[in-house]
Design a binder for this molecule. Structure first.
Ligand code: IPT
Length: 271
């Protein structure tokens, strides 16, 4: 078999670690993986990436591109009989999928900060064209609202460390200085830490920062980053297993979608 992986920007840490995990598991099972990458978040970019894989006669595709429900339907339809497993869609989307529960992750971050006594909490989301960025943001707002807390400021980044740095400077310059910043991924949190240090504030004594992903290097940020772990090795392993299983049974068995849990990893950026 040859598996296809359509992926969003591989310069980002999470998608590259997912691709690595997919490749590792596929190799263990003796399969090839061909990769095509989108360079923006439009539906047409995803279509182009999937059609590139189809023209290489792959036996099944993994799609790690953020897709709204309508876009996921469109891509599933385009795949026709070709098995397609989605990795970045809404848990409600009616497609074959394996996802980390965005609501669970958002809730764990908020609950951790509230348990530490924080009330002045600022939010730094990912790009709102991304379904996962949107769902994490909604999860934060819902959990905060349950505790009658409103965020003291909100900014939107693009997942990169550079955007984290720029947006953190805006958050720090608000009239009410946040006591904690909830960040939608570790790369942006890296930029936030630099901005906070340049601003002359101590982490975690004067301001707490929490990330999301727990990518490979996050334990080596300074200070080591508290974050919400998504186990990308497990995702790669499970997604290849399930896609291959689907191929073997010719789709006879009911496709079983899976929602993976996230977990809080407490290091030294929250207090
Ligand atoms: C998601 C990451 O959490 C985020 O950091 C960013 O890299 C994004 O991917 C890129 O699309 S993980 C995804 C499987 C929801």
């Amino acid at each position: 078999y040859t598996l296809g992986l359509a992926t969003t920007e591989l310069a980002l840490h999470a998608p590259s670690q997912i691709a690595s995990a997919v490749k590792t598991r596929a190799n263990q099972l003796g399969f090839n993986v061909v990769i095509s990458m989108t360079d923006n978040l439009s539906l047409s970019a995803c279509r182009a990436a999937v059609s590139e894989l189809m023209s290489q006669r792959v036996d099944g595709v993994l799609i790690n591109v953020p897709l709204s429900n309508d876009s996921a339907d469109a891509i599933a339809q385009m795949c026709g009989n070709l098995p397609a497993l989605f990795l970045d869609v809404d848990p409600q989307a009616d497609v074959f999928k394996i996802l980390f529960d965005p609501h669970c992750g958002a809730e764990q971050g908020v609950e951790h900060l509230l348990a530490l006594g924080h009330q002045q909490i600022a939010l730094l989301t990912g790009p709102l064209e991304s379904i996962s960025a949107r769902l994490r943001y909604e999860g934060w707002l819902e959990t905060l609202a349950k505790h009658a807390v409103t965020p003291c400021a909100v900014q939107h980044g693009d997942w990169s460390a550079a955007s984290g740095y720029q947006q953190a400077l805006l958050l720090l310059n608000q009239p009410v200085r946040p006591g904690a910043i909830l960040v939608a991924n570790d790369q942006m949190a890296l930029g936030v830490l630099r901005a906070v240090h340049e601003y002359g504030l101590r982490v975690p004594e004067q301001i707490s920062v929490i990330g999301y992903d727990d990518t490979e290097d996050s334990a080596f940020f300074f200070p080591p980053l508290t974050t919400i772990k998504q186990d990308f090795r497990l995702l790669g392993h499970e997604s290849v297993n399930r896609l291959v299983d689907h191929l073997h049974t010719h789709g006879d068995r009911r496709r079983s979608s899976l929602l993976l849990p996230t977990s809080l990893v407490e290091r030294h950026t929250t207090a």
